[in-house]
Write a protein that binds this ligand. Structure first.
Ligand code: WQD
Length: 338
């Protein structure tokens, strides 16, 4: 059974990828410092995969821990999620983001090289496209950054590209658009700490009654209903893309790919879809634009289809229904979930 090290595997996308990898027949070890994940997720992952979950608690910045981990088990590859990912926070704490997201990646790659573990799937983001002028977004567009967070992801991509020129790394870079939704069991999902930044967890809090109304950040953009377009992709589709990426690396095929649906959705469309999933009105108010938002951001998904045979399958109603199911199960303490 091929063995994979999943850094940040206790997090939102990491936990869903853990389940997908286990179901695909991989052995998976999670390395996580639980700085942005509730430790209870490990028990819930065990319930989902009917077995023990191998966990190494610690940071990718801890080289000795990484060396020990690679000495303990022979890994066939790494899927690297462990990173700080809040755009706004990165503006306030750029050095923390450079340390975790760049130094952390370099430390991990050095430990991989020392252990001759050469396959890595890297979690990147569509914000490496900066403020694009042409749509849909293809992978050959020029890259730029509009935040320290985006700078770290762009730099990490280039670190891996240079490392692969010097050593036999096989690299899969996946540029996510907007991950949303949750596993249908309701046992794992997005679990932001404090007030959510992102749209769907915010609407979910309105649906739970924890927040009184959704604030729609501007309806004067150049889109049909005036609110921003984004390419929301179900986290179950995204997890499946990671399995396919790893399979390509096992066959020696590196890649840099957008992972999106190619179908833009506006803020008001997302609000309406969530309202339909909940079955009652969810109050919202149009407020000023949020600084830094771009009007449109959506993928050309063709290369992922051609290279990995990947296409997103789950639509907006499944994204909203699975999110609503998750937040209700979380509020109930998962007492009633299989
Ligand atoms: C989506 C749309 C908001 C909240 C960010 C990061 C990106 C990635 C995903 C890490 C925008 C609007 C939002 C609200 C709103 N993260 N909105 N009211 O900004 O596209 O992407 O998260 O990889 O790197 O940049 O996602 O969910 O914050 O916003 O109107 O309360 O919803 O203006 O148009 P975004 P988002």
């Amino acid at each position: 059974m091929p063995q994979i090290l999943l850094t940040g595997g206790a997090g939102y996308i990491g936990s869903h990828t853990f389940v997908a990898l286990r179901e695909a027949g991989y052995g998976v070890t999670i390395l996580d410092d639980f700085s942005n994940a509730d430790a209870s997720v490990i028990d819930r992952l065990g319930r989902l995969t009917q077995g023990p979950v191998d966990v190494v608690e610690g940071s990718v910045l801890d080289r000795a821990l990484l060396d020990h981990t690679f000495a303990e088990k022979s890994f066939d590859g790494v899927v690297h999620f462990a990173a700080r990912k809040a755009v706004g926070e990165s503006v306030a704490k750029p050095l923390d983001y450079f340390e975790t997201n760049i130094t952390g990646l370099v430390t991990l790659a050095q430990a991989m090289r020392a252990a001759a573990v050469w396959r890595i799937v890297f979690s990147s983001t569509a914000t490496v496209y900066g403020e694009p002028e042409v749509f849909p977004l293809t992978e050959n567009l020029p890259l730029s950054h509009t935040s320290p967070y985006a700078f770290t992801k762009l730099t990490a991509e280039r670190v891996l590209e240079q490392a692969a020129a010097a050593d036999p790394f096989t690299v899969g870079v996946l540029r996510y658009f907007n991950p949303v939704g949750a596993h249908p069991s309701g046992l794992i999902g997005e679990d932001p700490r404090g007030i959510p930044d992102n749209l769907m967890p915010f609407i979910a809090k309105v649906a739970l009654g924890e927040i009184s109304e959704l604030q729609v950040f501007g309806d004067d953009y150049d889109t049909p209903d005036g609110t921003c377009w984004r390419d929301y992709i179900h986290v179950m589709d995204l997890a499946r893309a990671h399995v396919l990426s790893l399979e390509a690396l096992m066959a020696g095929r590196g890649h840099v790919l957008n992972v999106g649906t190619g179908r833009p959705v506006s803020v008001l469309e997302m609000h309406a879809a969530y309202q339909a999933a909940v079955g009652r009105d969810l109050p919202y108010r149009i407020v000023d634009r949020r600084p830094g938002d771009v009007p449109r951001l959506y993928a050309d998904p063709a290369r992922a289809r051609d290279v990995l045979g990947f296409s997103a399958e789950l639509g907006l109603s499944e994204m909203c229904a699975s999110s609503w199911n998750w937040v209700q199960a979380q509020a109930a303490g998962w007492r009633f979930n299989s």
